[in-house]
Design a protein around this ligand. Structure first.
Ligand code: ZN
Length: 157
């Protein structure tokens, strides 16, 4: 199925994307960062769910979440298909930038964010226990943050 948004063109394998989305939904992370996102996202960003629906992915089933801060996150949603045309800039949904990014020849991801989220859980946001706080993940997240801010500070010439 072809999806055109702005100057982006996506070719989505609906059957395989739906199957993966169902799996991602069934095994989604329930840590405080993710839980807070699931609870506030519809209220704060009412058009994001329907945007993701167009790609047959479920908002509660991100394949990755990078909580740069508890209230500032980047989400990635995996889609089976390909990006036939890369757009000239991010697609804006409720003020949140969404970018398509190729994973391999038949998979891409939609990167949503950075997205600001008010913290509504009773759990202290600085005391969250999450896979995102494991040292390995923190390193990946740091790299991601540098990459997104255009920094190649990690590789000085
Ligand atoms: Zn989580």
């Amino acid at each position: 199925m072809t999806i055109r948004i702005d100057d982006w063109v996506f070719e989505v394998d609906v059957t395989r994307t739906k199957a993966h989305a169902a799996h991602a939904l069934g095994s989604h992370c329930t840590c405080g960062y993710c839980e807070n996102y699931y609870r506030v996202v519809d209220r704060e960003y009412p058009n994001l769910r329907s945007f993701l629906d167009r790609f047959f992915v479920q908002i509660e089933g991100p394949s990755e979440m990078y909580p740069f801060e508890p209230t500032l996150c980047l989400l990635a949603y995996k889609v089976t298909g390909r990006i036939a045309q890369v757009g000239s800039g991010p697609i804006m949904v409720d003020g949140v930038p969404v970018m398509g990014d190729v994973i391999d020849e038949d998979t891409f991801k939609l990167e949503v964010g950075e997205i600001e989220l008010p913290w509504i859980l009773e759990e202290d946001m600085d005391e969250v226990i999450s896979p995102a706080n494991e040292p390995e993940f923190l390193e990946r997240m740091y790299m991601k943050l540098l990459q997104r801010n255009g920094g190649n500070l990690m590789f000085p010439s």
